[in-house]
Design a protein around this ligand. Structure first.
Ligand code: FE
Ligand code: FE
Ligand code: FE
Length: 210
């Protein structure tokens, strides 16, 4: 690539490139979410994706507001990163033949998407501030907050998967859980006793809640 073919020369060029990249990414995500909603059998996961699809549509509208503030036409710039992340998720979903495993796989794939978005919104917020385009910042921040909240909800769902139902369905899971429990018992004997006891009580409470 020659020197003259490099068309990002200023921070403003970089900012506009990032904005167009994210506009493309959000649109691709909006197109992919219905597929994830369809594959998710966990009701909370499905409801979460349905909510995030609506949020994503709002995020696209916010980016269009940013373009308007900058007197620019909304335009997408092909983002190889989101294309790759979504493609990987789609391929993974095509390879999983078990409902519970599918939900776990979709959660991880969705978190990769959220993490990508979080880095991009973070960069745009920093660059907009630097370029004196403070009016765009609250719009980016509103979307960033939604991406972070979605990521956190996905983490909660991922952690909750170690549930009695999950153990029932998988022999391997049962064995692994048994092994982990006996390992925990052994290590808790070595630990300070009160802490280990509190941990066991906490686990009992968690089981009762579940
Ligand atoms: Fe988004
Ligand atoms: Fe990108
Ligand atoms: Fe998102």
């Amino acid at each position: 690539m020659g020197f003259f073919s490099k068309d990002i020369k200023t921070m403003n060029d970089l900012f506009m490139h990032g904005l167009e990249d994210l506009y493309y990414a959000e649109n691709q995500i909006a197109k992919s979410l219905p597929d994830m909603i369809e594959k998710a059998t966990n009701p909370q996961l499905r409801a979460g994706f349905e909510k995030h699809l609506k949020e994503t549509e709002g995020q696209i509208a916010r980016l269009e507001q940013v373009f308007k503030l900058l007197d620019a036409e909304p335009k997408g710039e092909k983002c190889p990163a989101i294309d790759g992340i979504l493609k990987e998720g789609k391929e993974l979903m095509g390879e999983i033949g078990d409902e519970d495993v599918m939900n776990v796989g979709i959660i991880a794939a969705a978190q990769a998407v959220e993490h990508y978005e979080i880095t991009r919104y973070g960069a745009l917020i920093a660059w907009a501030s630097e370029l004196g385009r403070g009016a765009c910042v609250p719009l980016f921040k509103a979307s960033l907050a939604e991406e972070k909240a979605t990521d956190q909800k996905l983490t909660v769902l991922a952690e909750r998967r170690v549930n009695p139902q999950g153990e029932k369905t998988s022999e391997a899971g049962k064995k692994a859980a048994k092994g982990a429990a006996s390992m925990a018992r052994r290590s808790s004997k070595r630990q300070a006793q009160p802490a280990a006891k509190a941990k066991r009580n906490g686990a009992k409470k968690a089981r009762r809640r579940a």
